[in-house]
Design a protein around this ligand. Structure first.
Ligand SMILES: Cc1ncc(COP(=O)(O)O)c(C=O)c1O
Length: 345
C-alpha cells in the first residue's frame, strides 16, 4: 500500500504504477498492454492535437467495507464511450474490452486504491484519441485507447454534501442545439474553462448552463447534471444537449426505490423558485447540493436579477442526503447491490 494521506487526497493527478493501452490499426485493436511509462509519444500531426477527435470517460473503483474492490457501473461508461466513438465516426472499444481494461488498470495500481473509510476512491479515466498523423479533415484511421487510474478524495476539498452557490451562465453556451452536448467529447470542456474562471473570480463555485437556443430552460452544470426535489418528485431536465449522467440515472433508480416520482422533462427557469432542493450530480462527488442560484445579465455583472435559495450555505437537503447515502453505501458494499451495478475485481 502506498503511504498517502488518504483523507486529504483532493482531485489531483498523481503518478501511479501504470496505465493500460490498446491501439487500433489496420482494422483491429491490439492486445491491451500494461504501460509503466505514463508519457506517451504522439506524432505532431496526430489528429487529436489539431481537431480534437477525442472522447473520454470517468468512473470510480472503491475498496469496500468488506475488503472487496468494486467498479461502479463500468458497462454504462463503455456504452457512453461507444456512443461518442460512433458520433466521432472512429473505432471504439467493445464493452468487454472497456471493462477488462478498467479492471486491469485497478489491478496494476491496487496499492494506490484508497482504503475504506476515507471517502476516497480510484478515479478511472478512459481516453480515446485519434492518433494517426493527418492534415485533412478525415476520420481517424488509427486510434489509441488508454485507461488511467488516480486516487482521489474530495473534488473541492470540502466535506461530502457541503452545499455551494451557483450562477447562471448567460455569457457563454455549453452546447449548441443538436450539437455535441450529449456526448462526452473532449472538445466540449475547454470552452467552459473561461466561464468557470469568471464564475470563480466572482465568488461562485458552480456554473449553470441554460438551453442555448432560448435561454429559458435549465440544461446542466459545467461537469454535472441538475436535479431538483419538489414534494415527492425528483425532477431532472430532458434535453438533447445534456450529458446522460450515470450518477443521475442511478439516483433516479434509487429515488424510485424510495417511492419518489421521477420526472424527466424540460425545467423552465420560472420553476426554480418552486424547487425545494437543488443539486449537481456526477461521478466526482455524487451530489453537490446547491444552496442558491443567482441570475444576472453576465457572470461579473453587479446587477442581480434573481436569487433562488434552497438551503443555508453548506447545508444539504434531507431527501438529497438520503439518496447520496444510499448510492455511497452500494458503492462501499454496505447495502445490497440489488440492481447489479457493481463489477467486482
Ligand atoms: C457535462 C457533464 N455532465 C454530467 C456529468 C456527470 O456524469 P456522470 O454521472 O456519468 O459522471 C459529467 C461528468 O462526467 C459531465 O462532464
Amino acid at each position: 500500500m502506498q503511504n498517502l494521506d488518504w483523507g486529504n487526497l483532493g482531485f489531483e493527478v498523481r503518478r501511479t504504477n501504470a496505465v493500460i493501452v490498446s491501439k487500433f490499426k489496420d482494422g483491429k485493436w491490439s492486445e491491451p498492454e500494461v504501460c509503466k511509462d505514463l508519457d506517451i509519444t504522439l506524432n505532431v500531426y496526430a489528429g487529436v492535437l489539431h481537431y480534437s477527435n477525442s472522447c473520454f470517460e470517468g468512473l470510480k473503483a472503491f475498496r469496500g467495507a468488506d475488503g472487496k474492490v468494486r467498479l461502479f457501473r463500468p458497462d454504462e461508461n463503455a456504452k457512453r464511450m461507444a456512443r461518442a466513438g460512433q458520433f466521432l465516426d472512429m473505432a471504439y472499444p467493445s464493452e468487454e474490452m472497456f471493462v477488462k481494461m478498467c479492471l486491469m488498470c485497478v489491478k496494476e495500481n491496487l496499492d494506490f486504491l484508497p482504503p475504506y473509510g476515507y471517502n476516497a476512491s480510484m478515479y478511472l479515466r478512459p481516453l480515446l484519441i485519434g492518433s494517426n498523423p493527418q492534415l485533412n479533415l478525415l476520420t481517424s484511421t488509427e486510434v489509441t485507447f488508454i485507461v488511467m487510474g488516480n486516487p482521489v478524495g474530495s473534488y473541492s476539498g470540502a466535506a461530502a454534501l457541503t452545499s455551494v452557490n451557483a450562477v447562471i451562465c448567460r455569457d457563454y453556451d455549453r452546447a449548441a442545439p443538436n450539437g455535441t452536448g450529449s456526448y462526452k467529447l473532449s472538445a466540449n470542456y475547454a470552452p467552459s474553462f473561461r466561464a468557470y474562471n469568471l464564475a470563480h473570480a466572482a465568488g461562485y463555485k458552480e456554473l449553470l448552463f441554460l438551453d442555448s437556443a432560448t435561454h429559458t430552460k435549465i440544461d446542466e452544470f459545467g461537469s454535472s447534471n441538475f436535479f431538483g426535489i419538489k414534494g415527492d418528485s425528483y425532477i431532472t431536465p430532458l434535453s438533447n444537449s445534456v450529458l446522460p449522467s450515470i450518477t443521475n440515472k442511478s439516483l433516479q433508480t434509487i429515488a424510485e426505490d424510495f417511492g419518489l416520482k421521477v420526472e424527466k422533462r424540460a425545467i423552465p427557469l420560472e420553476e426554480l423558485p418552486e424547487l425545494e432542493e437543488v443539486n449537481a450530480c456526477g461521478t466526482a462527488v455524487v451530489i453537490t447540493p446547491i444552496w442558491n442560484i443567482v441570475d444576472k445579465p453576465f457572470i461579473q455583472s453587479e446587477e442581480i436579477t434573481a436569487d433562488y435559495k434552497y438551503a443555508e450555505p453548506g447545508v444539504c437537503g434531507v431527501t438529497s442526503a438520503k439518496l447520496y447515502k444510499q448510492i455511497r453505501a452500494i458503492q462501499d458494499g454496505l447495502e445490497a447491490d440489488i440492481h447489479n451495478w457493481c463489477v467486482e475485481l
